[in-house]
Design a protein around this ligand. Sequence first.
Ligand SMILES: [Zn+2]
Length: 282
Amino acid sequence: MKNECYIVRDLMPSYIDQLCSDESRRFIEQHVKGCASCSHVLQQMRAELNDGEKVELPSRIEQKKPFEKISNLLKAQGNFSQFLKASFWLSLLITIILLAFSFNNFIPWQENQQEAERVEQQRQEMMDKAFAALPVEGLPDKTALQTVFDQYEEQLQHIAVFAKEDVREISSLPAEPSAMFPIDYEKALLVVGENGEITEPIVPNEYDIGTIVMASEEKLVQFEYKNAYLKTVENAHQTKYYSLKVWELFSLPLAFGLTTLFIFAIWSYQKRIMKPLRPQVG
Ligand SMILES: [Zn+2]
């Protein structure tokens, strides 16, 4: 740094405030043109002084007070707006996650429903076929009933036909395939099972979900599911009577979805209210 530089820098504050003599002004301007270092210092000093101007005079602070109140309120509103915005996105995220979970549960739920429906339809189908194989009068034809049994040998243990008058002790005989406590096979007109023979002694299945009974005018058909198939029957039963409803499956994401909508409504209402105020203050 040259000697001249020291003088120039001493003069700089009064130069910026335009308080120095014309001679000093010319001297400084000439020097600054040729000295990058002083030119830089001058720029910095100017910038600093400009910033300093922004520091308010006490009188101006008083004047600005009412505006600042609005401004602070706006800042608070701005924070509230930020809060609403954050809440909205968080709530939306939770809704999406819960929805994903519900959909994930919905697939097996739907499969269970379809399986339950299939089991029920098949139950009706088995009964229809068994009744179709029965003669209007007289004893049932074993071969015809065996044919029906063979179609469902994966599922069935036995099909038995009873004369209605032989099972009078059962008060209400269903006209639809219904799960019932088994009727003793000793009273049956005919029983068919695997290979057309029943090797083991017939013990009624005491699991009433696994025994299905249906009565017509004259006859009554009872069939028992195979033990291996009981799990499927049990699941179908559980699904039919105890499974969640669709809306229950989606109740959580639904609740959060509504909350998200609610937050969004407040947020957009607040944004709309805030809008016309801004230009007045700025
Ligand atoms: Zn210099």
